[in-house]
Structure formats: structure tokens, C-alpha cells
Ligand binder design. Structure first.
Ligand SMILES: Cc1cc2nc3c(=O)[nH]c(=O)nc-3n(C[C@H](O)[C@H](O)[C@H](O)COP(=O)(O)OP(=O)(O)OC[C@H]3O[C@@H](n4cnc5c(N)ncnc54)[C@H](O)[C@@H]3O)c2cc1C
Length: 314
């Protein structure tokens, strides 16, 4: 009989694990307090880019494996994934280690923009090809595919792993839920607020971490961000902050003023100084949480690791 696996969490971490494990002969149930569209994973921008992970060399493989996975899915428009041009700019006075993210890119996916094409104030810029994940399309797409693959979804808050004692293996993808479930207070919320502007999908993704400013032209909205607020637990936007984000964008791209502001949202990034992907010794629990601002960028690489750890328990 196939082994019974319980996955806690239906964000991108839980769904990517369910997806890769469903390719093996397992009997999988996903338990979650909330599902798309009411989870952090829906609040992501979400483009592939290493953020919060650059000091962790495990991230190189995780990021590259995820990139390859999304690249394959981008062939089918129904997935909500496309390969998109991203312009990453560095302003003067940039820290030396900044180009370290280039290591995380698949070879050939990134080129330096010639000096003569740079606008005033920009010291260096990169033209990068990255996966853009339309979360509003991709998360329901994944859930539907998983249901077709006989994965069962149950809405339930798990307060203790002992509630899942009938399962052979438990995969913990509860993100900020791990603060209570594992009593792990090293995972903290980092709030991100963004403005939503009438979209123009012909624009590239724009990323300037020093400003900070990012502009992500998705089909549902152009996401203009954003903030990075550590230890803020309230998942709500503040009008003055949204106005400030918009003004920053207008200063760089005055033409955006012509576009209607259609909303805003806030999400809590599940940040941990180190992503926890490990089998907890002496238990049947595999943890996969704490992906901070790179949950989509890391998801399928981390899920592959979860599959390896699962196979070792067998
Ligand atoms: C504004 C913003 C922009 C972002 N942009 C990007 C981007 O461009 N690229 C990128 O890669 N990342 C981005 N991120 C980060 C990304 O959103 C997160 O890293 C990712 O969504 C984390 O996914 P997750 O599945 O681990 O957690 P979540 O999406 O939070 O899912 C956790 C799941 O666990 C469930 N759960 C929790 N506790 C329990 C419990 N006790 N019992 C049962 N269920 C439980 C929840 O209900 C939920 O289903 C962004 C984040 C924000 C806020």
C-alpha cells in the first residue's frame, strides 16, 4: 500500500511539494487553514529573483531548479507563467557584493546593459530573462491539477503534529504558522505593501532594491512596490505608505501618473535567517518553511529536496 503523506499548508511551498510528491506513488492530503486567494502566496508579485537567500549557497541550486521548472510551464499559457524581461538597476554607491545574485541565475539568462544606454543616476543595469508567475492564475491551476492527481485538500487548522498521527510522513509548509506549530520564533513576518496600477503588460519588470522600487506588469494589475517591514504582524496597507510608493514610481517613470490606481494590498513574508528544509531527527516530520521574499523563486528546488528527504525516510 502507498504511504500516506500529510502536507500542512496550501501556499506555493505546500503545493510545489504536493506536485512533485504526486509524481511518486504516495497518498497525499493537504491540510490548510486558508487557501488561495486568502494566503500570502497570492500577495507575491511574483517574479523569479533571489531575495533574502543570497548568503545561503543551498539557494543556488534551489533557485536554478525552480527557474527550470517555471520555464517548462511557461510553454502553456494556462499556467499563468511567462518568461519576462526584467531590468535590474544599481545606483551609485552600491554595495560590492550586489552582483552575487548573478550566481543564482541559469547561465546565459542575464546580460549587462551597455553604459551608453543607462539613464542618469544609474550606475549599472542588467537585462535578465525571468519567470513571471501570475499568482491569481497559477495557484488555482496547481490546485486543480493536484485534485486531478487525487491529492485531497482539507480545510483544517493543525495545532499539533500529533493530530496527524495516522500519516506515515508529515511535510510542514506552514510558513508563519510554524511560530506556533513548532514554537519557532525565529520565523518572523516582514510586511510588504504594494500599490496596484492599471496594467501595461508590454513593460518589462523593473527592480531597484536601493530605491526601493519594483514594478511588475501582470495581467490583473501592475504591481508597484514596496515596503520591507520586519516584525509587523498586521496584514494591511497604510494610505500614506501607498502614496509614497506611488510617488517613488512617478519620479522614475512619470508616464505612470496617467494610469489609474486600482487598489493596494499587503502581505507578510515568512522570513527566517535560514530557510528550514530538513528532516527533524527522530520524527516523521520534514520541515519546509521560512522562504521570506523568495517563496516562488525557491519553491520547486526546495520541493525536490523534500522529495529526497521523504524517500530517505522510506
Ligand atoms: C508583497 C510581496 C511580494 C512578494 N514578491 C515575491 C516575488 O516576486 N517572488 C518570490 O519568489 N516571492 C515573493 N514574495 C514572497 C512569497 O510570497 C512567499 O515567500 C511565499 O508566498 C511563501 O509561501 P508559503 O507557501 O511558504 O507560505 P503561505 O503562502 O503563507 O502559505 C502558508 C500555508 O500554511 C497554512 N497554515 C499556516 N499555519 C497552519 C496551521 N497551523 N494549520 C494548517 N494550515 C496552516 C496557511 O493557511 C497557508 O495555506 C512576496 C511576498 C510579498 C508579501
Amino acid at each position: 500500500m502507498s504511504k500516506r503523506i500529510a502536507i500542512i499548508g496550501a501556499g506555493i511551498s505546500g503545493l510545489s511539494c504536493a506536485y512533485l510528491l504526486s509524481e511518486k506513488n504516495y497518498n497525499i492530503t493537504v491540510f490548510a487553514k486558508d487557501f488561495s486567494p486568502n494566503i500570502t502566496s497570492n500577495r507575491a508579485a511574483a517574479f523569479w529573483f533571489p531575495y533574502h537567500i543570497r548568503n545561503d549557497k543551498r539557494g543556488i541550486n534551489w533557485c536554478r531548479r525552480s527557474y527550470a521548472f517555471y520555464e517548462q510551464l511557461a510553454i502553456d499559457a494556462n499556467t499563468g507563467i511567462s518568461m519576462k524581461k526584467l531590468i535590474k538597476v544599481l545606483r551609485k554607491g552600491v554595495v560590492e557584493e550586489e552582483p552575487v545574485w548573478v550566481e543564482f541565475m541559469p547561465p546565459g539568462a542575464c546580460k549587462i546593459i551597455p553604459q551608453e544606454e543607462l539613464v542618469p543616476g544609474v550606475f549599472k543595469a542588467y537585462d535578465v530573462l525571468v519567470p513571471l508567475i501570475e499568482t491569481q492564475l497559477f495557484l488555482p491551476y496547481m490546485q486543480n491539477i493536484l485534485v486531478e492527481k487525487d491529492v485531497v485538500f482539507k480545510q483544517k487548522i493543525i495545532s499539533s503534529f500529533s493530530e496527524l498521527s495516522s500519516f506515515d510522513i508529515i511535510i510542514n509548509c506552514s510558513a508563519l504558522g510554524a511560530r506556533e506549530l513548532c514554537n519557532d520564533k525565529t520565523i518572523i513576518p516582514v510586511r510588504g505593501q504594494v500599490a496596484l496600477v492599471e496594467t501595461d503588460t508590454s513593460r518589462p519588470v523593473y527592480l531597484d532594491n536601493e530605491m526601493p522600487l519594483y514594478i511588475v506588469p501582470r495581467k490583473d494589475a501592475m504591481i508597484v512596490g514596496g515596503t520591507y517591514e520586519e516584525n509587523v504582524f498586521e496584514e494591511k496597507t497604510e494610505p500614506a505608505t501607498i502614496e509614497r510608493i506611488l510617488q517613488t514610481a512617478y519620479n522614475v517613470f512619470p508616464e505612470l501618473k496617467e494610469r489609474e490606481v486600482i487598489g493596494s494590498w499587503a502581505g507578510l513574508r515568512p522570513y527566517r535567517s535560514e530557510v528550514r528544509v530538513e528532516h527533524e531527527a527522530g520524527t516523521n516530520i520534514i520541515h519546509n518553511y521560512g522562504h521570506g521574499g523568495s517563496g516562488f523563486t525557491l519553491a520547486f528546488g526546495c520541493a525536490e529536496e523534500v522529495v529526497h528527504l521523504t524517500e530517505k525516510i522510506n
